[in-house]
Design a protein around this ligand. Structure first.
Ligand SMILES: [Zn+2]
Length: 132
């Protein structure tokens, strides 16, 4: 008698996993498709000829992706993280954290997501004192 076929609750991600995903997401090319509605195309890491479709929800730091990992239940894959960073581009640079404690320690604006947190670092002006 076993209950091993039950779906286990998802393990919280650790900081290293999140950092690795974040690093991987930085190498991806994000093409806005319908950014008003959170739609992006993200190039596969293996070859830029393959693209995955990503739909992100800005408020929830979550998204849907057509990659195999997401298909099998993975959430917030590197494609979604890449699209989220594009989504937040006007506000600043996102950094991702696995827990709210990790995020709070950054003393930045915290965005709470689905098993993921992000902090927003406002973009620095290229040149200080420059006026239009
Ligand atoms: Zn994906």
């Amino acid at each position: 008698m076993t209950t091993s076929t039950n779906i286990l609750p998802p393990l919280p991600r650790n900081i290293r996993q999140v950092k690795q995903l974040q690093e991987a997401s930085r190498r991806l090319i994000v093409v806005p498709r319908d950014p008003e509605r959170g739609r992006y195309l993200v190039a596969s890491a293996r070859g830029s000829d393959r693209h995955y479709q990503v739909a992100v929800h800005r408020d929830g730091l979550s998204g849907h992706c057509t990659c195999p990992w997401a298909h099998y239940g993975g959430i917030n894959c590197k494609h979604v993280l890449a699209a989220l960073r594009a989504e937040y581009e006007p506000w600043g640079a996102l950094s991702f954290w696995p827990t709210s404690d990790d995020a709070r320690r950054q003393h930045r604006h915290v965005v709470r997501g689905e098993r993921l947190y992000a902090t927003v670092r406002p973009r620095q002006r290229r040149q200080r004192g420059q006026r239009a």
